[in-house]
Design a protein around this ligand. Structure first.
Ligand code: MLT
Length: 272
């Protein structure tokens, strides 16, 4: 298990990895995952940037949480974490799926701390009442029986068929992380996602350079939905990763990394 640093942030012990030096790039994982979903990115990006990969509250090696974890609450942990590390300059924030829901909250609430935004395989709309009810029900089932049923329901929607066939190791590693996540944390985040705000009407408020990335076969945050996010953010860049599903950083790491590094280099070149 990777040894992580820890800081007590807003009363919760938050674990994170910090590697490299230079402009700060903060990575936010999806649900119910941890920082390890960025394993194929951390060292590559750390050659040029200070990479911080966090375990959001409750997940991975962070302290277990109960109740309901709102996306805004997870976003509130980030400036406090940066403060504790003495990082005052604006950062680039990248979030995948649930990490993207958190990144939206950060972008809307802490715009002055943001230099750039990378939205990966995520959604701007909130849950429909039916989906929200399903999530709350899933939360209760996880509390009663553990994450197994939720994991089995999610697995077929996470990866492109090509990944399942050619990289079963990637699929297995993700399953292991999901199964190891504490049930209270899983339930709390599911309840939080069920009541997350719809941010479509606020996309125009995001003014920093933004990159929107989606896997060609993403079944959870489909291409057309992510195109609409890019259309709502002035000047944003939209990239589709061929042959990938929802987990583009894990499924097509080389393509994903190239797109991110090009975006970051262009930002630097433009003095952003
Ligand atoms: C994720 O990958 O973080 C989840 O699929 C997000 C969700 O369930 O909405």
């Amino acid at each position: 298990m990777t040894k992580m640093q820890k800081r007590t942030i807003n009363g919760i012990e938050i674990a994170f990895i910090e590697r490299g030096s230079g402009p700060v790039l903060l990575l936010l994982h999806g649900f119910p995952l941890d920082h390890s979903m960025w394993d194929a990115q951390i060292d590559v990006f750390a050659e040029q940037y200070c990479v911080i990969a966090v375990d959001l509250r409750g997940f991975g090696q962070s302290q277990i949480v109960t109740g309901t974890t709102d996306m805004e609450l997870m976003a509130d942990d980030l400036p406090a974490l940066l403060d504790s590390l003495g990082i005052n300059e604006p950062i680039v924030l990248a979030g995948l799926s649930m990490g993207g829901y958190v990144a939206f909250q950060f972008a809307l609430k802490y715009a002055e701390r943001l230099r750039g935004l990378i939205l990966c395989d995520t959604r701007a709309m909130g849950d429909t009442p039916e989906v929200a009810a399903g999530r709350r029900q899933a939360a209760e089932q996880v509390m009663a029986d553990g994450p197994q049923s939720l994991v089995e329901a999610m697995m077929p929607r996470l990866f492109a068929a090509e990944t399942v066939e050619q990289h079963p190791d990637v699929v297995d590693s993700l399953r292991r992380v999901m199964m190891a996540t504490d049930r209270q944390t899983v339930a709390a985040a599911a309840r939080g996602m069920a009541r997350r705000p719809d941010v479509r009407a606020q996309l125009g408020e995001i003014e920093c350079p933004t990159l929107v990335i989606v896997g060609e076969h993403d079944a959870i945050s489909p291409v057309d939905e992510m195109q609409a996010i890019a259309a709502g953010i002035a000047g944003s860049r939209f990239v589709e990763i061929a042959g990938s599903g929802h987990m583009s950083p894990m499924e097509k790491p080389d393509a994903f990394n190239a797109v991110v590094l090009e975006f970051l280099a262009d930002m630097q070149a433009m003095g952003s």
